[in-house]
Design a protein around this ligand. Structure first.
Ligand SMILES: Nc1nc2c(c(=O)[nH]1)N[C@H]1C(S)=C(S)[C@@H](COP(=O)(O)O)O[C@H]1N2
Ligand SMILES: [Mo]
Length: 337
């Protein structure tokens, strides 16, 4: 994302994806956000939930996570007729610069991240500020499985089944004041466990910061994820808590969140700070507004290889226009990129 143009070597990980994984890919049919919610399954362990996805190794999940699985709404949101990306690709082709600049670095290095105990500070323009233990944040929330497209600004994409809860629901609970207009999110800063923060890869001013307008944050599509593929989030995907905004470029979906602040002014975000002409505050997926160094009209859907590049057209708002276009009515999307 920084300075790299795509190389064909970027595809290596997906080219060696074993055939068993291709065969176990399922295509999921279903409704939209308001659509079908599959009834909660009887209470079973995390291992059997993970086996909903044949290619997933179950992890050792904390109690606050396993306890919620019993009442999870499985398949609450799905993508019609598009295959779910193999777990191996979703967990070994990552951007998480805290663990290094290359796609394989997060999987190789994120083991050092200590996700338990974890707490999140909620502050700024809220009636109920505080430092919340993750289990307390999660306890009142309804877990849902939502299958979303993820479109990176680098023109590759995946389809991922997330597990999480509505950001709007959490924000309402902490009672934003009438002055709150934006939400600012911050990732953990811990150079001891995050090699990217102590390396000479010094362009980023840590911690990683992202932001949304309050009405965007209140959109029902905005998800706080704690899991994917029926199990808890692997560290490289942003454990234990990350944002997922399927209508925006992937860099808005900030990982390993330690702070959520309700603020009056638009927050300065990491990528805007680095290259304001390339990465805007809104970063809505838009095939008609090119990145200054490449086209955004098309995307490589992973797994994508040299001989089957799996290229498709990019859709406005990544296919979620029905849900989010109203947020941007009257705005010039070319100026507000
Ligand atoms: N803290 C943090 N969050 C981050 C990033 C990062 O480098 N640091 N990369 C972003 C980018 S560019 C993308 S495309 C997505 C990738 O999410 P995934 O690895 O789970 O697919 O995470 C986003 N969130
Ligand atoms: Mo990205």
């Amino acid at each position: 994302m920084l300075i790299k143009i795509h190389k064909s070597s970027d595809c290596t990980a997906s080219q060696i994806t074993p055939e068993s994984i291709y065969l176990s890919r399922r295509s999921v049919l279903g409704g939209s956000l308001a659509g079908l919610a599959v009834a909660g399954l009887p209470r079973i362990g995390v291992a059997s939930e993970a086996s909903r996805y044949a290619d997933v190794e179950p992890g050792k999940a904390p109690a606050w996570f396993t306890d919620k699985l019993a009442s999870t709404r499985w398949g609450a949101v799905t993508v019609k007729g598009e295959a779910i990306t193999p777990y191996k690709d979703a967990t070994h082709y990552n951007n998480f610069y805290e663990f290094g600049p290359d796609k394989g670095d997060p999987a190789a290095n994120a083991g050092s991240l200590k996700t338990e105990p974890w707490s999140v500070v909620i502050d700024g323009e809220v009636g109920k500020p505080g430092r919340y233990a993750l289990e307390d944040l999660v306890k009142p929330s309804q877990f849902e499985e939502r299958v979303y497209r993820l479109r990176c600004v680098e023109a590759w994409s995946m389809v991922i089944p997330w597990l999480g809860f509505s950001l709007a629901e959490l924000l309402k609970r902490v009672e934003p004041t009438s002055k709150a207009r934006y939400v600012r999110f911050e990732t953990l800063k811990d150079p001891k466990s995050m090699p990217g923060q102590r390396s000479s890869f010094g362009l980023i001013d840590w911690p990683y910061v992202e932001g949304l307008r309050l009405d965007e944050a209140m959109n029902p599509l905005a998800l706080l994820a704690v899991g994917m593929y029926g199990r808890e989030l692997p560290n490289q995907n942003g454990a234990p808590l990350r944002l997922v905004l399927p209508w925006k470029y992937g860099f808005k979906s900030i990982k390993s969140i330690v702070r959520i602040s309700l603020v009056e002014q638009p927050p300065q975000t990491t990528w805007q700070g680095l290259a304001p002409t390339e990465y805007g505050f809104y970063a809505n997926v838009n095939p008609t507004v090119d990145h200054p160094r490449w086209s955004q009209a098309r995307e490589r859907r992973l797994p994508s290889g040299l001989f089957s590049p799996n290229v498709r057209n990019t859709e406005l708002f990544n296919g979620y226009a029905e849900e989010v276009a109203g947020l941007y009515e009257g705005m010039d999307l070319r100026k507000n990129y």
